[in-house]
Design a protein around this ligand. Structure first.
Ligand code: NAP
Ligand code: FE
Length: 368
């Protein structure tokens, strides 16, 4: 058994400024990647640039990372990073900005590689320049995973790229959630929940790496009522939500995600569904299917969340993210692709059958 997360992770209020020395020790010049607005609005960008300026580290800001970052954006940012001679990158934002930073870090260390080559399996492990992650959503846990999910729009492919891209440093501060709308907090918290559930309901799950999802699910359960309520989430929960998200990232760093994530990418790619709900729609039915093979694991997940049954789990998810409607043709097409997605299917404990896959799609989506 192995547990591997080589990232130096700090979780606390005012984390970036508290750990200024760690940040400026990472390199000499940096490209900061952010989305268009949120990093400037929630104070995270200001915290980072304050520390870099005080430490006399030259930086450039690339603030064009879109949701579900594309190979085109990664290519553009890499060009800027090269011209600036950046020797490390900082991703500030949700999973999109952090994943884009990871991809740029890989391309900087491999100048012959183009962004459109990112999904090709390399003949040998590739290096990357150091990555710093400052998350501002409570969902992807990308600050603690080796994964970057990049979309190649030319070939309609949204997938993790086959490279190991752990950040060297993660600075996690719940205060950045203050500017987030309730929907964003809920959507991203559902992603974190999925990471922990998919990590436990996974053939790579073992008594050693379970310490993360089992610990994190308890925290998630403690935030459940606040997420379900009509009121805004109280700021006293921000740190717990962020910590849970990081722990959920550490969970999938050991096992990787499974079927619900595999199914989510088509909903995002073809219908523009945000990542958290796109995964969350499939979660209850996935749990039901796994209950046939690993009933004790399912019982454990429910009890950690403070739920009595899979029906209660399903109702909770519906309250949080509602439903998703697709056409019959879409559902058939997505299911056919999933039935040959061995990289996800082979992670399911027990034998998931084509009928199980059809059942998950039937149960999870509203088909018109
Ligand atoms: P996101 O796509 O990074 O951001 C979603 C939206 O939230 C953006 O409009 C962003 O605005 C805004 N936002 C971010 N932080 C905010 C804040 N504190 N306050 C207000 N608005 C804020 O969302 P995400 O769910 O975190 O990331 C999703 C991506 O991560 C997907 O591509 C998914 O596939 C990937 N993912 C990666 C991993 C991994 O291990 N690497 C795991 C799961 C998912 P701006 O654009 O203005 O910043
Ligand atoms: Fe995810």
């Amino acid at each position: 058994m192995r547990f591997f997360v080589p990232t130096d992770i700090y979780v606390e209020k005012n984390c970036v400024r508290n750990h200024a020395q760690n940040l400026i020790a990472v390199g000499k010049r940096t490209l900061i990647l952010t989305g268009q607005h949120s990093a400037a609005a929630n104070g995270s960008l200001n915290d980072v640039t304050y520390v870099l300026s005080a430490g006399e580290i030259p930086y450039m800001i690339f603030s064009e990372v879109e949701e579900n970052p594309s190979t085109d954006t990664v290519q553009k940012a890499t060009q800027i990073a090269k011209e600036f001679k950046a020797d490390f990158v900082i991703g500030i934002g949700g999973g999109s900005a952090i994943d884009a930073a990871k991809a740029v870090a890989l391309l900087l260390a491999n100048p012959d590689l183009e962004a459109d080559d990112l999904h090709k399996v390399p003949s040998h492990p590739l290096k990357h320049v150091p990555i710093v992650a400052v998350p501002t959503t409570c969902g992807t846990g990308s600050e603690a995973t080796p994964v970057a999910i990049i979309t190649n729009r030319k070939v309609h492919l949204k997938k993790s790229i086959p490279h190991v891209l752990f950040p060297v440093l993660a600075l996690v501060d719940g205060k950045y959630l203050e500017s987030a709308k309730k929907t964003l907090i809920v959507n991203t918290a559902v992603d974190a929940l999925s990471h922990m559930v998919e990590s436990i309901l996974n053939i790579k799950s073992n008594v050693f790496n379970r310490m993360c999802p089992e610990y994190g699910l308890k925290f998630w359960g403690e935030c459940k009522e606040a997420l379900l309520s009509d009121d805004d989430v109280d700021e006293s929960l921000y740190e717990k939500l962020m910590l849970t998200s990081t722990i959920a990232g550490m969970s999938i760093a050991q096992t990787s995600t499974s079927v619900p994530h595999g199914m989510s990418y088509d909903l995002t790619l073809h219908l523009g569904v945000p990542h958290g709900p796109a995964v969350g729609y499939f979660l209850a039915a996935y749990i039901e299917v796994c209950a046939k093979y690993v009933p004790r694991d399912v019982a454990k997940i429910l009890s950690l969340l403070g739920l009595k049954s899979t029906e209660e789990f399903s109702a909770m998810i519906r309250d949080l993210i509602g439903t998703c409607t697709v056409t019959h043709e879409m559902k058939e097409k997505f299911a056919a692709a999933m039935k040959v997605n061995r990289s996800k299917l082979d992670l399911v404990p027990g034998k998931i059958t084509p009928n199980d896959i059809d059942y998950i799609y039937e149960k999870s989506l509203v088909v018109k």
